[in-house]
Design a protein around this ligand. Structure first.
Ligand code: MG
Length: 384
């Protein structure tokens, strides 16, 4: 087992640094310091009460965005260490990648984006960057968390060309169609491994999916059959866990082996050589990509579009829209600090007036806070 950094890793000596120059991080690496700032942010703590598929109050066993982010970091770190990439940077990106998510998962994001159509739109990925760059505003000497370029580069997974033009150095790769660091590429795929597998787990546990149904996906079927052949009398919860751990293991091994081969043949000499490439070097093998897509499609069809999930997401969309409309029309309903920001933004016509401030406020809400706020605003019997 090797722990040395490869030449193509994000070496601290080749970092593009922080916007605001700071003294060295002492006994930590620069990326450890980034990770620590992310963990100490309030947006990170709020991930505990935000969900992806299931709404937070549906059950305590389901993944939240916090446990999801920890699973992403855990998977990504293992792979980073094996490939000689910077484990601390990989961890920082993984823990920060979902900070900009709205309450109620993708339904919330779609609803907020629709509300913001005339005001520049809303995109959770861009919002994650906005959280670390601007909204976590509590340090004495700088705005936001003042993270390293490489961490911010990893957080910004995708971006439209229009937006990219406004982001300077950080947006350039979307205009040039080049790649981010290998650590960023890795965190992105670790995200996929984590959510596909935990959604299968949560879906089976909630009774919305079944083993029979999941066997339509090759990846699930081969591990399910192997587990049943070896342990025919195993109780259901252990079967589920055994199949999922084997799926994660196969995905991780495939990603390591295929990426290792690609790295050997491309042999990039530095992070900047990686950044000039038109294709990512961290990827699954073609066969695994096919299996992964099949699994994803199945999850879409049977879980994300399940009537029970749909009913909840439809409610969530309404909550977000009504909150936005009410707060945007009457900003005095906002908490005092947001109200002040709304007034300043409207006067300066900054970021399309106050709409962005309302979007920041709503995006920062947890599932339960959004429901609570909805009650307070629209239930006339509530006096608080
Ligand atoms: Mg994620």
């Amino acid at each position: 087992m090797q722990f040395r950094l490869a030449p193509f890793a994000a070496l601290e000596s080749s970092s593009r640094g922080r916007s605001f120059t700071e003294s060295g991080p002492g006994h930590r690496s620069e990326y450890q310091r980034d990770r620590d700032r992310i963990i100490h942010s309030s947006a990170f703590r709020r991930l505990e009460y935000k969900t992806q598929v299931f709404v937070n109050h549906e059950g305590d066993l389901f993944r939240t965005r916090l446990t999801h982010s920890l699973e992403v970091a855990q998977i990504a770190r293992t792979i980073a260490r094996t490939l000689g990439l910077h484990e601390d940077l990989t961890e920082a990106i993984s823990l920060a990648h979902d900070l900009g998510h709205t309450p109620f998962g993708h339904a919330g994001q779609d609803a907020l984006n629709a509300c913001m159509q005339d005001f520049g739109g809303f995109e959770h990925n861009l919002q994650s960057l906005r959280v670390v760059d601007k909204l976590e505003d509590k340090y004495a000497e700088f705005a936001g968390l003042n993270l390293c370029f490489e961490t911010r580069e990893g957080i910004l997974k995708h971006c439209t060309r229009k937006r990219a033009r406004k982001l300077g150095e950080l947006g350039q790769r979307f205009l040039d169609k080049t790649q981010p660091s290998l650590e960023a590429q890795l965190a992105n795929l670790a995200d996929e491994i984590a959510y596909n597998n935990h959604d299968v787990d949560d879906g089976l546990r909630a009774g919305l999916l079944s083993n029979e149904l999941m066997c339509e996906a090759e990846l699930f079927r081969r591990h399910y059959e192997a587990v049943m052949a070896k342990y025919p009398k195993l109780p259901e919860n252990r079967v589920r866990h055994e199949v999922i751990r084997r799926m994660i293991n196969e995905l991780v091994n495939d990603l390591i082996t295929f990426s290792q081969a690609q790295l050997e043949s491309a042999a990039p000499e530095s992070i900047d050589a990686v950044r000039q490439l038109s294709k990512p070097l961290i990827s699954f093998s073609p066969d695994m990509r096919r299996d992964n897509t099949q699994l994803k499609r199945l999850l879409h069809k049977h879980l994300y579009d399940h009537p029970r999930v749909y009913r909840m997401t439809s409610k969530a969309r309404r909550v977000i829209k009504e909150l936005f409309d009410a707060l945007h029309a009457d900003p005095k309903l906002l908490p005092p600090d947001f109200h002040l920001n709304f007034q300043t933004a409207s006067e300066r016509k900054a970021e399309k007036g106050g709409a962005r401030v309302v979007a920041d406020y709503i995006a920062g809400m947890t599932d339960r806070y959004a429901l609570h706020e909805y009650e307070r605003l629209f239930n006339p019997r509530r006096t608080d």
